[in-house]
Ligand binder design. Structure first.
Ligand code: ADP
Length: 372
């Protein structure tokens, strides 16, 4: 009899990991990892990764974001042994995998599932048989395979598609098959290689919701690579920004996206935190205050303040009319965040009094110009 696939099932499996493993230790750790590819004929070697230090806490969803060529694929391929590090160490569950033999990797890969941008399903196999494949390779008895695959197809919402072929499925359904297949051997880690980049925005949301469910309910740690900041904003607890083979910034997603320090991070963050100036105002903005005009401010607020009636409070605190020009209120890694462009009349009580009042309400504000 096999164990039912129920919420917490994988977590329970993780809890009975061999003794001596520190459950608070990161499940994956990069220590000063470098990767150099030999140059193709006559060309210089390529340093794809340099000095990578990165920890993936057990049970977290960690995202690595960067533009094309930044080193994302190389980084994730080091975790499943498709590439070997040139320097440094990679520890997975405390085991130094940089020293593993090919046989050692075969065992190790069973504890790591992976999903891909283009799904990589076998077109000649049904949905059921695609999900069953890793179990067949592992020599799992037939009855157990039928039971486990049935439960995985329930989990990903494809129980009614078990006899269909990949060509009969939508992109989102194909990725659901990919996720079920990746989870078949009950891995503790799921690697996602641009898993939603081939999907439309709505399907992306449903796949991200499924990944969050896999993480929260089964306790599977997720390491994903993407060039799409909405993916990071939506599900990642932590994010690392990679550029030119180096991590330029890393930390909790909310912190990193609302207070980016590196210009590359700021450019990514702008997409999910920025507010565009209405076109009719953009051309009118001046550096100097205009007689009888207004001052335009960007006000950002987060956490509890994002849901507080800040603008009406500003009116009652200093008795001015605040005009909202544009805005965005959203959640970043599950925490509310808002950004508004507002205008306040020039003159009394004066812009410094307005900024002071905003500060006392614990709001961040900056003057971005003046209009007539
Ligand atoms: P990303 O996934 O962020 O687009 P990659 O990890 O694919 O970036 O590539 C990082 C750098 O390493 C790029 O300059 C790329 O051309 C180079 N690179 C990747 N794989 C190889 C390889 N097998 N041989 C030589 N250079 C490679």
């Amino acid at each position: 009899m096999n164990a039912p696939l129920k919420p917490g099932a994988f977590r329970a499996a993780a809890a009975i990991a061999p003794s001596g493993k520190d459950s608070a230790a990161p499940i994956i750790r990069f220590e000063r990892v470098g990767k150099v590819f030999a140059g193709r004929r006559g060309q210089n070697p390529v340093a794809a990764l340099e000095g990578i230090d990165l920890s993936v806490p057990r049970g977290a969803i960690v995202g690595v974001i960067g533009r094309s060529g930044a080193g994302k694929s190389t980084l994730i391929r080091l975790v499943n042994g498709l590439e070997r590090a040139s320097s440094g160490r990679i520890l997975i569950e405390g085991e130094d995998v940089t020293a593993l033999s090919e046989a050692g990797w075969r065992t190790r890969r069973r504890a790591t599932g992976m999903i891909f941008q283009h799904f990589n399903l076998l077109s000649s196999r049904t949905v059921f048989d695609n999900v069953a494949l890793p179990l067949e390779i592992a020599g799992t008895p037939k009855g157990e395979i039928a039971d486990r695959v049935g439960k995985l197809l329930d989990l990903v919402g494809l129980a009614d598609k078990r006899e269909r072929y990949p060509a009969e499925l939508s992109g989102g359904q194909k990725q659901r098959v990919g996720i079920a297949r990746a989870l078949a051997t009950e891995p503790k880690v799921l690697l996602c290689d641009e898993a939603t980049s081939a999907l439309d925005p709505e399907t992306t949301q449903s796949i991200l919701a499924l990944l969050r469910k896999v993480n929260r309910e089964l306790g599977v740690t997720i390491l994903l690579i993407t060039h799409e900041i909405p993916v990071i904003k939506e599900i990642c607890d932590r994010v690392a920004v990679i550029e030119g083979g180096r991590i330029v910034e890393e930390g909790e997603t909310f912190e990193i996206l609302t207070r980016p320090q590196h210009p590359t991070t700021a450019r990514f963050a702008e997409v999910v935190t920025g507010v565009e100036m209405p076109a009719h105002l953009a051309g009118q903005l001046r550096d100097e205050q205009q007689p009888g005009g207004s001052t335009v401010l960007r006000v950002t607020f987060s956490g509890a303040h994002a849901t507080a009636p800040v603008i009406s409070r500003l009116g009652t605190t200093i008795g001015i009319d605040v005009n909202i020009l544009a805005g965005r209120i959203d959640a970043i890694a599950g925490k509310p965040f808002g950004s508004l462009l507002v205008s306040v009349p020039a003159g009394e009580p004066g812009i410094s009094a307005v900024l002071g009042a905003l500060k006392s309400l614990e709001l961040k504000a900056e003057v971005i110009g003046h209009v007539a």
